[in-house]
Design a binder for this molecule. Structure first.
Ligand code: IMP
Ligand code: MG
Length: 483
């Protein structure tokens, strides 16, 4: 062992003390990074956290690394050190030769030769990584690995403690403000990926707009070398944003012509060096136009008229629809499946769902209309099935189940045609409003008691074409629902 046990145990004592101190969380992490680098006689140390989707590793604290290196960006977790995701300690002897290193240019600039990484484990779940970097090539000893693994454990505990504290604090805030007590929409991109400050107010505004639409983003996730001098990188370019869902880098700019010219030059150079990269230079009008192109809000207005907030982005819907389709494909193997939908709300969901079901299937639609009063609502069929479903496996596909009256009525009708089986898949379940007990076999999202539109769902026939699902402003809904 090249490092006496005693110096590691001294260092660990110090780290444990820091972890248990009352310093602000960020300071605790930075201080632990420093002690760890020192104990391992390494040039630098970084502490990274995985985002909620377990796709990116983002540096949350570091010691001994240049700003430029830190800004090289979030690491793709799966490409980076796959063994880390499996909970193993990983050593890289020569970064320049190892395929697992994602930014070899940046590492070269920093003169990093070897890396040792240990996973941050909470029970058996990997939540992040601690890494040390050495300038001289180094074969790490078992003692080095054991020490870093012990630091990783201490960090995981510290993190859990802080998260617990934040959770309690959030609960407390919720109680005070007595906000909506119903199901919360899924969380936004992990806060670990949020920068503490932006370079420019327009960047912050753009980030807020992306948040509104629940589009995932990373701020300055990567630096690209543009020019070299004596085989050292002399110029780098760091785009402002990366939107993983669109696989698009974005550089924001003001209308100042001198800046645009310079940025255009860098962009041209970047495209020459990396033709595979998708990047756009946008000013404010451009980015509103870009969002409009992807179906996010009309031009000039940052948000869609009447929509209070976006509940599910197109990507979230897409992911959930795919997951449902996979379950259905698995459950119905070997069966003759018929998907039945009720027009018109279900068209988007039906179209996307069926494309991800990997079984032979047929489709049929019904249409219904509502009559009667609010006190005594009633449903009638205005278009029946075109095909016979007797003896077949029917999956009723619904956009939303609210009181359950429609579904109950339609299921009774379908049952009278004697299908071999009858199950239900709904994208949205507004369970709190249920009046009739219907059993749902596949559910996309449970939602609170709010009127939602988009992705096929309408209000007085409108909003169906929005690619996301949003909550309509209650004031707009007052005069009655769009049934
Ligand atoms: P139920 O019979 O009350 O379950 O209502 C089901 C039907 O009401 C759905 O198929 C929709 O057409 C409509 N509906 C219920 N809630 C909403 C909503 O929040 N937005 C749009 N349509 C809704
Ligand atoms: Mg419907």
């Amino acid at each position: 062992m090249d490092n006496p046990d005693n110096s590691y145990s001294q260092a660990f004592k110090q780290i444990a003390k820091t972890a248990n101190s009352s310093l602000p969380f960020k300071r605790v992490l930075t201080s632990i990074a420093k002690s760890t680098a020192k104990a391992l006689k390494a040039a630098g140390c970084s502490i990274m956290l995985l985002n909620a989707q377990k796709e990116y590793l983002d540096i949350v604290a570091a010691h001994g690394l240049s700003d430029l290196y830190l800004r090289k960006g979030a690491l793709n977790a799966h490409r980076s050190l796959p063994d880390i995701l499996e909970g193993k300690v990983v050593a890289i002897f020569d970064v320049s030769q190892d395929k697992r290193a994602q930014y070899p240019e940046a590492a070269e600039m920093e003169r990093i030769s070897s890396i040792l990484g240990a996973p941050l484990l909470q029970k058996t779940e990997v939540v992040g990584e601690v890494r040390i970097y050495t300038q001289e090539p180094r074969h790490f000893s078992q003692g080095d690995k054991d020490f870093l693994a012990a630091v990783a454990n201490m960090l995981a505990i510290t993190l859990e403690k802080t998260e617990l504290y934040q959770l309690l604090e959030a609960e407390h805030r919720k109680k005070i403000t007595k906000q909506r007590n119903l199901t919360e929409a899924p969380e936004l991109p992990a806060s670990s990926l949020r920068p503490s400050s932006f370079g420019h107010p327009s960047e912050e505004e753009f980030a807020r707009l992306l948040d509104f639409y629940r589009i995932e983003w990373l701020y300055e996730p990567r630096s690209f070398p543009l020019a070299w001098q004596n085989s050292k990188v002399a110029e780098m370019f760091t785009p402002d944003f990366y939107l993983p869902e669109l696989d698009l880098y974005i550089e924001l700019t003001t209308i100042k012509q001198s800046l645009i010219t310079e940025k255009n030059r860098k962009l041209r150079r970047l495209k020459q060096l990396h033709p595979e990269i998708n990047i756009k230079l946008l000013n404010k009008n451009d980015y509103l136009r870009l969002l409009a192109k992807y179906g996010y809000g009309p031009l000039g207005e940052t948000k869609v008229q009447g929509i209070d907030r976006v509940l599910f982005s197109h990507t979230q819907i897409e992911r959930q629809t795919k997951a449902l389709a996979e379950r259905i494909s698995h459950d119905y193997v070997g069966h003759q499946l018929v998907l039945v939908g009720i027009l018109k709300g279900v068209i988007c969901f039906m179209a996307d769902l069926m494309q991800h079901i990997s079984l032979p299937l047929t489709l049929d639609f019904m249409a219904i209309s509502y009559y009667g009063s609010n006190a005594e609502p009633a449903v009638k069929i205005t278009k029946d099935l075109d095909t016979t479903i007797a003896g077949l496996d029917v999956l009723m596909v619904e956009d939303i189940v609210d009181t359950g009256m429609t579904l109950n009525y339609v299921l009774d009708h379908l049952r009278s045609h004697k299908p071999a089986s009858l199950h239900v898949c709904t994208l949205l379940d507004k369970r709190v409003r249920r009046l009739v007990d219907v059993s749902l076999d596949y559910i996309g999202f449970e939602i609170p008691d709010e009127f939602v539109v988009g992705y096929g769902l309408d209000y007085h026939g409108e909003y169906r074409n929005l690619p996301f699902i949003g909550a309509l402003n209650p004031e707009l809904v007052q005069e009655g629902r769009g049934k």
